[in-house]
Design a protein around this ligand. Sequence first.
Ligand SMILES: [Zn+2]
Length: 203
Amino acid sequence: MIVSPPNVLRNMYKQCVWRMAPSGKKVYLTFDDGPIPGLTEWIAGYLGKYNIKATFFCVGENVDRNPSVYKQLQNAGHALGNHTHNHLKGFYTGNETYFENVERCNEVMQSNLFRPPYGQLKFSQQRVLAKKYKLVMWDILSYDYSSSVSPDKCVQNAVEKTRPGSIIVFHDNIKAEKNVTYALPKTIEQLVDKGFEFDKIVL
Ligand SMILES: [Zn+2]
């Protein structure tokens, strides 16, 4: 299980942001794949209780389906990023189709932030998308979406290697629901205990 991507990968994808500037003790919670009713609202509610701003990488078709949930994220002041319109796999999608899908998402939610689904991005896709978007990968993967990973292991993944500037990935999708609803409160608690603060991604 690779919680923190190796430098060789980071160096291959140099136009992507893997970690924010490590100033102070700020870390960056991110949530991929929503917005969906129920889970996204629960996460936003939980973050709101502690006045934490985070970053949500949204799938365009979910924004179309759930405009009021999207509005809730906007109104709460979270950062919002593009995660393609239909959650496409970059390695298996022709570039023209891929770029069209990114732009389709950009029509429903304008953002200068983009995260490729599954972290899949061809070099040619990176090159073109970097002209228009800030490409945001991650420093820490919780593996909340994996049914073979226990909720406690997700907490450990999210906390153990986190350092100033870390971008941490969770998911607001149904596959991750059991893990993320358990792991998010504990992760926040443990990171606060370690002196970390939370912020949204602004690039
Ligand atoms: Zn995704």
